[in-house]
Ligand binder design. Sequence first.
Ligand code: NDP
Ligand code: 8X3
Length: 252
Amino acid sequence: MTAHSPRTALITGATAGFGRAAARRFVDAGWQVVATGRRADRLDALRAELGDAVHAACFDIRDEVAMRAALDALPERFRGIDLLVNNAGLAQGTKPAQAALLSDWKTMIDTNITALVTLTHALLPQLVARKGAIINISSVAGVYPYPGGNTYGGSKAFVSHFSLGLRSDLHGTGVRVTTIEPGMAETEFTVVRTHGDQAASDTLYTGANPMTAEDIAESIFWVATLPQHLNINRLEIMPTSQSVAGFQVHRE
Ligand code: NDP
Ligand code: 8X3
């Protein structure tokens, strides 16, 4: 990379929500973005909107072979990744553990944990070589338990702790590692979590003044563009309307 080359971010889950808003924010600031996701039409639309600064890489992040093929197929000018934003992820289900679907749990673990560590492992050598940065999107659900959070919260607790572990291992390399832990933000998250219940999503967010995808994109951008000698370890952000409630007690 020459002094004048644009920096390159690989943003997973750029077809919606935080990832798409982040792709727009980074391109707006002169970065190049490798945008990933499964929905080719959404990636095509982003490419049409943002132009040559975007390379669309369409694959299911749980498919390791497809992931590696997409990395191998990166055009020359997108090959040097300076920033990895591990954003692709999801919740599946809102029921208590004893009523949850095991298939939902496995989908969350495969996406939020296994895919995230696989991609991180693949990109670490070049991130070290380039003194790059990793921003992992966790959640307040990984910090505070709530009914129905079970495996989703567990998967995000993994993301937060994995990030701190990365930071320890990368000590002295110059690679920065940050976990962002958002609270309630209106994206496609709840429609996905409820397996397509738009009304449930609307009910959750109506009147709550939730955060927006752009709010989180701005935070990602801020973290990424701080001076090289500063590392935000973890950043927990909630809408003002949300706060943490305490313990529950069941009485006979
Ligand atoms: P959205 O549902 O709007 O976006 C999720 C993105 O992840 C999509 O681009 C989707 O792409 C991608 N994705 C999901 N599964 C896969 C997969 N198997 N392969 C490839 N891409 C996948 O949700 P958000 O923007 O809200 O969520 C982004 C991240 O933020 C997630 O990790 C989520 O857990 C986290 N988060 C969200 C909060 C919220 O309140 N919204 C709060 C805290 C954290 P596609 O479907 O095209 O594959
Ligand atoms: C999403 C935030 O509070 O719905 O990670 O779990 S929450």
